[in-house]
Design a protein around this ligand. Structure first.
Ligand SMILES: C[S@@+](CC[C@H](N)C(=O)[O-])C[C@H]1O[C@@H](n2cnc3c(N)ncnc32)[C@H](O)[C@@H]1O
Length: 331
């Protein structure tokens, strides 16, 4: 635990190098330091920029994959990007990336420190601060967080009047605070653990999303994007309601295979998606996957050929069904 958030020890010989490597892997795990590939960062960034966002926030920017994607994309000339990063070395890398890509009236500011500490101050003012949020929050079990981070995680639930459990994980309060700080019609595009769909401790987040957002889309890949972590990840695209007290709450879970999907605008995928009323899906969102699958089978029984729900995977004919990964995670 001593290693948490202290990034760069020095090195003298080969043995030390091995010890250092192990320490760095542990350190990486303990601060949830697994970075987003460029194509996924660009895909998420394009979706939020498309909404006309001129204030964008990133809660945990690492070395700046999303800064590069946003600042390097077609963006408003006066864009203001606000990022946080707890690890000093990574914050410095992100800052120099931001400086390289900032020109004209645009601003990109990287704050070294805990996102939740800042977010809690904003939440207490009860005033949304940003048009959009992008990123990939840290995945760290609550029990491995230092006490001050545990307290801040719990405080986010408290402020939002949501039930808290010690089974939570760092990414949950990050997403909760991000959604709460979005302005009406604001967009959030984040790479998050696939467990959002089904784990019990994420139930308050699922219901918060359905109460706050008009559209919630989960892009669920066949592959594991972060092989080092063995943790399944998905992309969450959420659009906050224009009138936060009256969200229309629609949910879709879209299976994706390979990375070609990231070459097209997210909106093109969302246009053809099957949406369901999120309010009608209580508890686990695996029900949403189930009903997509059931509907598809109803239209096109598997004995007569491939179901439309078949995303190029395995339906007994050598490929996978939509949502199959989610089902296997449930076993
Ligand atoms: C999964 S990485 C993602 C980095 C970057 N957003 C990306 O997508 O490439 C999570 C990052 O969160 C940082 N982090 C962990 N706890 C944090 C906190 N409380 N506040 C801000 N950053 C934090 C870690 O140091 C790490 O760089």
């Amino acid at each position: 635990m001593r290693l948490l958030f202290s990034c760069q020890p020095s090195i003298a010989n080969l043995d030390e190098f091995r010890v250092l490597q192990e320490a760095q892997q542990t350190e990486q795990k303990l601060r949830g330091g697994y970075y987003t590939p460029n194509d996924l960062a660009a895909f998420c960034s394009a979706w939020v920029l498309e909404s006309g966002a001129s204030e964008i926030m990133e809660p945990s920017c690492g070395d700046g994959a999303f800064i590069e994607a946003i600042m390097g994309a077609k963006r408003p000339a006066n864009l203001a990007f606000k990022a946080f990063e707890i690890c000093p070395e990574e914050a410095a890398k992100a800052r120099s990336r931001a400086q390289r890509l900032t020109f004209g009236a645009a601003k990109a500011e990287v704050t070294e420190g805990d996102f939740l500490e800042w977010a809690i101050r904003q939440l207490l003012k009860n005033c949304p601060v940003t048009d959009a949020v992008v990123g990939n929050p840290p995945f760290i079990r609550y029990q491995y967080l230092p006490p001050v981070f545990q307290q801040r995680s719990e405080q986010v639930f408290e402020i939002l009047r949501l039930p808290f459990t010690k089974h939570t994980n760092a990414w949950v309060p990050f997403v909760l605070a991000s959604i709460a700080l979005l302005k009406p019609s604001g967009r959030l595009a984040m790479v998050i653990p696939s467990e959002i769909v089904h784990v019990m401790h994420a139930a308050p987040l699922r219901s918060f999303l359905t109460r706050q957002c008009d559209r919630i889309a989960i892009l669920d890949p066949t592959e594991i994007w972060f092989t080092d972590t063995l943790q399944g990840a998905v992309i969450l695209l959420a659009e906050k309601a224009e009138v936060p007290t009256r969200p229309k709450g629609r949910l879709t879970i879209l299976p994706v295979s390979g990375r070609d999907f990231a070459q097209q605008p997210a909106e093109a995928l969302l246009r053809t998606a099957t949406w369901q009323s999120a309010g009608a899906i209580d508890g686990k969102w695996t029900q949403a996957v189930l009903s997509v699958r059931a509907r598809a089978f109803g239209r096109n029984p598997p004995t007569t050929g491939h179901s439309p729900a078949c995303a190029g995977g395995g339906c007994g004919r050598g490929h996978r069904h939509r949502g199959e990964q989610v089902f296997s995670r449930q076993r």
